[in-house]
Ligand binder design. Structure first.
Ligand code: SF4
Length: 317
């Protein structure tokens, strides 16, 4: 049966145009967030600086930084702050990265301990320049966290480890994170423009291989909407994710970080996110988070506990 089309808010000002610098679409009211001014925000920032750690919250200009950092939830971005790719949606700087910091694993563990994190999310830039794509640094970070703060649950959000994913995934999975996240980001049709250095099916296969190697690890993936994707294309991505046995889907609104990045083609309404979430739940995900401001690591600790409860309930049936 065909579902009713979810309501959409078209960002008309931002329609494709020949002008070199098109005006940016005005954000609807449901996207507005408060400026980060709290004491908790300042303390989190100071700690990250003192430990020489980068965060995706800052580098990706995440709209939730005020809320997350007030609660001292920061997502550490390892392997430096410079990426070897240049995706059209991402604000992280591109270039030749610096050498890997040998103190980063220990400093990440110190940050987790000092912030009192029950759950930590670790991500990284793409490091196509490194022979293992940076996999060994993920392993060292997981080992340092297990050593220094053993009660903290660990979620990793990795790049696709282009051309070396099999070995990289095996090493990281064997280090035993609680959640393995890798974002598909968008529908396959938009990969050549939005995620040109990556391959949709390679990313899917990566997630599938995590589950194959260790079915106990929760797998998670996310997409951004508002980039010009069609509703049925998003449903197909959900089906592909379920075929790869992915447990948790996150969906959020794409926001254009600077005029040089891909345009926002539409602002998807909160009601349309709810419609997507209902469809995703019906397709069998253990957990779905879908709202304009949902990001991969937003409320990740609470969602991890929900995912554990959902799995226990399903196994008990
Ligand atoms: S949603 Fe994630 S990236 Fe954004 S501020 Fe929160 S922890 Fe950082």
């Amino acid at each position: 049966m065909a579902e009713a089309a979810p309501p959409r808010y078209m960002a008309g000002m931002n329609a494709p145009t020949a002008l070199p610098t098109p005006p940016r679409a005005r954000k609807p009211d449901w996207i507005r967030v408060k400026a980060p001014t709290s004491e908790g925000y300042a303390e989190t920032r100071k700690l990250m600086r003192s430990l020489n750690l980068a965060t995706v919250c800052e580098e990706a200009a995440c709209p939730n930084i005020g809320e997350c950092w007030t609660k001292k939830h920061a997502t550490v971005m390892i392997l430096g702050d410079t990426c070897t790719r240049a995706c059209a949606f991402c604000n992280v700087k591109t270039g030749m990265p610096r050498a890997v910091d040998p103190f980063e694993p220990q400093n990440t563990a110190i940050a987790a301990a000092q912030l009192g994190l029950e759950h930590i999310v670790i991500t990284s830039v793409d490091r196509d320049d490194l022979p293992d794509g940076g996999a060994s640094q993920f392993v060292k970070v997981i080992e340092a966290l297990r050593r220094e703060t053993p009660k903290t649950t660990i979620e990793i959000l990795t790049p696709d480890f282009r051309n070396k994913s099999e070995e990289a995934v095996a090493r990281i999975v064997d280090a035993g994170p609680d959640v393995y996240n890798h974002n598909l980001e968008t529908v396959p049709r938009l990969y050549p423009t939005i995620r040109p250095g990556a391959r949709y099916y390679a990313s899917l296969r990566l997630l599938e291989s995590v589950k194959r190697r260790n079915p106990a690890i929760f797998t998670k993936s996310g997409v951004m909407v508002g980039l010009g994707e069609q509703r049925l294309e998003v449903h197909q991505v959900m089906d592909d994710m379920r075929s790869a046995d992915i447990d948790f889907l996150t969906m959020g609104q794409y926001l254009q970080p600077t005029p040089r990045h891909a345009n926002v083609e539409e602002f998807v309404t909160p009601q349309a996110f709810q419609a997507y979430a209902a469809i995703a739940r019906a397709k069998g995900f253990l957990l779905v988070a879908a709202s304009p401001l949902t990001r991969s690591s937003y409320h990740a600790g609470d969602d991890f506990r929900k995912m554990q409860a959902a799995r226990a309930e399903r196994l008990a049936r």
